[in-house]
Write a protein that binds this ligand. Structure first.
Ligand code: MTE
Length: 326
């Protein structure tokens, strides 16, 4: 499988106006769904939810280098990676998660692994941090909204954890459920038509691929709350919404699990959602992306097939029609 070759991109292909429209249309979907909840809740609680909170500072993590790191590209700054976020439980604007996610209680924290396993397990987060050496892995991070970053994540392959619970042969998919408590994340969201908790899923072979990272940190420190503390997954060849944050349950299933964005707009957000420059979002092009934090002349880049990881993961999709594989 070929990795897409960067091409010259006319800056007019993605203008700031089209980026803005893309973002607004996705936000509108959520805001519309959340509006009824906000009305029911009353202005006082909404104001409380929107008030800024201090997010806990990261703790340094002991890490080892990784064979699976991607090198050569300039890292996104820590400030950009922690202030330009999608974490809708804490607000729909990019700067809201950094202001609101401080209320997420990241200790004590337990993670359940259940479903089609011989040995269901519950782990304390501090035990998970010690299960395997924590690797530094720089990955490209590409959002379906056509912006991207390069982030040094910290973690180990998700397969290391899944193996612990002896998956049954009937386990075909893995579902991830994020933390949700209306008292913490804002009742206006819970009263919306979105069915929380945030749910995402992978096919079993995707989940077991070594690149799929069970992630505890970034930039050598524990994850900031707005990035999905204390534990998320990162699936670098898929659009970012596949990488669920603040996970409390990992469920192995025999059927394709229902997932939040796919439920909300199945024609726009497929279960696979592999990064693919040849499959446009119905309302915008995926041919190019905007690298956050780069000067304007260097911002626009060609989208790479499978986000540049085609050599490693292309074989997972051999025989599948990539045009339909969205
Ligand atoms: N996980 C939860 N629980 N809630 C979310 O809203 N947003 C997703 C994904 N994981 C999201 C989530 C989306 S749309 C993206 S692009 C990435 O997280 C963003 O990760 P980042 O904020 O660390 O860049």
């Amino acid at each position: 499988m070929l990795i897409g070759k960067p091409a010259d991109i006319a800056s007019a292909e993605i203008t700031s106006l089209s980026d803005y429209r893309k973002f607004m249309s996705r936000r509108k979907l959520l805001k519309g769904a959340a509006l009824a909840g906000a009305a029911a809740l009353g202005a006082e609680r909404v104001a409380e939810f929107l008030s800024p909170q201090t997010v806990r500072a990261g703790t340094k993590l002991q890490t080892v280098p990784s064979q699976l790191t991607t090198t050569g590209e300039q890292l996104t700054s820590y400030t950009d990676a922690t202030t330009y976020n999608n974490y809708y439980e804490f607000g729909v604007d990019k700067d809201q998660p950094a202001k609101n996610a401080g209320r997420l209680p990241t200790r004590p924290w337990t993670v359940k692994i259940e479903g089609k396993v011989a040995k269901p397990l519950t782990f304390d987060i501090d035990a998970l941090l010690k299960l395997r050496p924590l690797e530094d892995r720089v990955y490209r991070h590409r959002c379906v909204e056509a912006w991207s970053m390069v982030i040094p994540w910290v973690g180990y392959s998700l397969s290391e954890l899944i193996k612990q619970c002896n998956p049954l042969s009937t386990a075909m998919y893995v579902q991830f459920l994020s933390y949700f408590d209306a008292k913490v994340e804002g009742a206006w969201m819970s009263q919306s038509s979105i069915s929380w908790p945030y749910s995402e899923g992978l096919r079993m072979d995707e989940a077991m691929h070594p690149l799929t990272l069970l992630t505890f940190g970034m930039y050598g420190e524990t994850l900031a709350n707005q990035n999905g503390a204390p534990m998320r997954v990162v699936v670098p060849w898929k659009y970012g919404f596949k990488s669920a944050k603040s996970i409390v349950t990992i469920r192995l299933t025999d059927k394709m699990p229902s997932t939040t964005w796919n439920d909300m707009a199945p024609g726009e957000y497929g279960f696979y959602s592999n990064v693919n420059p040849n499959v446009d979002h119905p309302r915008w092009s995926q041919k190019t992306e905007r690298r956050i934090g780069q000067p304007f002349y260097a911002q626009h880049k060609a989208t790479l097939m499978l986000n540049g990881y085609a050599d490693q993961v292309g074989s997972l999709y051999s025989g599948m029609d990539l045009k339909r594989n969205f």
